[in-house]
Design a protein around this ligand. Structure first.
Ligand SMILES: Cc1cc2nc3c(=O)[nH]c(=O)nc-3n(C[C@H](O)[C@H](O)[C@H](O)COP(=O)(O)OP(=O)(O)OC[C@H]3O[C@@H](n4cnc5c(N)ncnc54)[C@H](O)[C@@H]3O)c2cc1C
Length: 493
């Protein structure tokens, strides 16, 4: 591991509060610190047009949980055995119920999602009725909540440096204070002085395969449908200055999706969407050519209740989705609607209407028989044939005796047959530097690292189970807490 960046002879830029990462948490912290009278500079790794991180491509929902006492009960239940201190839970619950008021104060138009009961991910938990899911403007999705953040930051005197990744925190000898950031722009170092504080809001490690292998349980690899720029830089920088880490094993996933070398993030397969009925046959098999789950199972962001406990969905890699010609010819296998996800919203890959362009690219394999398809995807032909026959028998009896699947109970029967390799996919990781109720990053002994704050999914509150819309909800809550406290620090010199 490299050491914290050296104290520079000269600073290139300065601001009272320096924010690393221009997503939802960074934007909220920036607006809050600026309203409190601080000068603010944001360092952003992505080029202009690709800033916004996961917030830009998220479903755009955010949590406004009320009343506070019920929110505390729900958050404690979600954290489960991996406790987050009561000081932090209290700060989280106190602040999150003010999300709507704050968004209105910056010109927003909060609208509650129209299906509240379905939006509660764990209705059996105490306090679950505190869940209220909102979005900005009349329509859910399409970057609408992000567009508000972006507009407000751009309207204010907040400097944003694009393509300027932070690479190290600058720590003052003797005091341990974080007094600046070393960034890079065009291959050259840029030293940015933070007169009051630094706030890390640079997202998780969903694109860092080494961290994924080290920290996420049972995953040899995993990809994201979110921003490709979240590569664990904040985890590394915080560790270098002595931060503690928490719940590095938690993530919003896994699901199963297509990942191809030409694109950085995953493609969501429409036939796997819960409750989406399509004509034709589809199953998913693991490396032994057998099915391993109800392919249409509804999960709670990748977590399923089995044997009396919640755990991650099993994803034996490599996995293959086997499709018959009826499904293949019924329309695009990919969910093209630009509601959320990096490939649809930013990279904008235009998947063909008949799936033939993807067949030509080799993303989809084809054979006239199941036995012929198996070697093309490295599976045992006899076993794959048995698996498909067994599935077809279940369909004939309208009873999936193996996994109880009830949706798209249709045989894989019409030739030719097709296969797509699926990878584990996630929305985002939840681990990172531990923080306290003031949003300060803390050391292993719990003492704050002076002048260093964090917010958002980098060291998120979610230690175990995740309530949808909770991540942007906490970006707003801890973005404001960190922005306020950072702006209130006394300048160091
Ligand atoms: C497809 C999808 C749908 C989702 N839907 C929802 C939803 O509806 N509701 C919800 O609450 N959550 C949702 N989530 C999760 C949620 O979007 C994220 O957890 C949340 O937006 C994270 O916000 P953030 O500000 O912490 O990080 P991000 O929004 O990811 O922003 C981090 C920023 O830091 C930048 N960065 C990274 N490294 C550096 C560096 N070294 N220097 C400078 N900048 C850096 C990145 O480029 C990025 O702009 C979804 C996620 C995905 C992928």
């Amino acid at each position: 591991m490299s050491l914290p960046s050296k104290f520079p002879e000269q600073w290139d830029k300065q601001a009272d509060v320096v924010i690393v990462g221009f997503g939802g948490a960074g934007a909220t912290a920036a607006i809050t610190a600026q309203e409190a009278g601080a000068t603010v500079l944001i360092l952003e790794k992505a080029p202009q047009g690709q800033e916004g991180g996961n917030t830009r491509v998220a479903g755009q929902g955010y949590l406004n949980a009320t009343p506070v006492n019920e929110a505390i009960d729900y958050f404690n239940a979600l954290c489960g055995p991996y406790t987050v201190s009561q000081e932090v839970v209290r700060a989280w619950a106190d602040e999150i119920g003010q999300n709507n008021d704050w968004l209105k104060s910056i010109g927003g138009d909060p609208q509650e999602h129209q299906h509240p009961p379905a939006g509660i991910e764990f209705p059996e938990f105490p306090g679950s009725e505190s869940t209220h899911k909102f979005h900005e403007g009349p329509v859910v999705g399409y970057s609408n909540t992000w567009k508000l953040f972006e507009r407000v930051v751009n309207e204010r005197e907040i400097e944003v440096l694009y393509e300027a990744p932070a690479v190290g925190l600058i720590q003052r000898d003797g005091t341990g204070e974080i007094v600046g950031v070393r960034a890079e722009q065009g291959g050259r170092p840029v030293y940015v002085k933070a007169n009051r504080a630094v706030i890390l809001t640079c997202g998780g490690f969903e694109n860092n395969q080494e961290m994924i292998r080290n920290y996420l349980p049972g995953l040899p690899y995993c990809y994201t449908s979110g921003s490709p720029y979240n590569e664990g830089d904040g985890v590394r920088m915080a560790m270098e200055v002595g931060a503690d880490l928490w719940h590095m094993n938690n993530f919003a996933g896994p699901s199963m999706a297509l990942k191809v070398p030409e694109y950085r993030t995953t493609f969501s397969m429409i036939a796997l969407h819960f409750a989406k009925e399509m004509p034709g046959g589809m199953i998913v098999v693991g490396p032994d050519a057998t099915r391993f789950a109800d392919e249409k199972r509804k999960t709670s962001h990748g977590k399923v209740y089995e044997s009396g406990r919640w755990g991650a969905l099993s994803t034996p890699c490599p996995m293959h989705m086997i499709v018959d010609h009826t499904l293949f010819s019924s329309g695009p296998l990919y969910d093209k609607e630009p509601r959320s996800g990096w490939n649809t919203m930013v990279d904008r890959y235009d998947w063909s209407e008949d799936n033939n362009a993807e067949l030509t690219k080799g993303w989809i394999k084809k054979a006239d028989t199941i036995a012929g398809l198996a070697p093309a995807i490295g599976l045992d032909a006899a076993t794959l044939e048995r698996t498909v026959s067994r599935w077809n028998e279940h369909c004939a009896k309208a009873d999936d005796l193996d996994f109880g699947r009830t949706l798209m109970l249709q045989p894989v029967v019409k030739a030719p047959f097709y296969a797509l390799e699926l990878s584990p996919s996630m929305l985002n990781t939840q681990g990172g530097p531990r923080r306290n109720g003031k949003s300060q990053v803390v050391r292993p002994d719990g003492s704050p690292l002076p002048r260093l704050y964090s917010a958002g999914e980098l060291g998120s509150m979610y230690s175990y189970l995740y309530q949808g819309t909770g991540n942007i909800g906490e970006c707003l809550a801890f973005g404001r807490i960190s922005g306020r406290n950072a702006a209130a620090e006394q300048p160091w010199g």
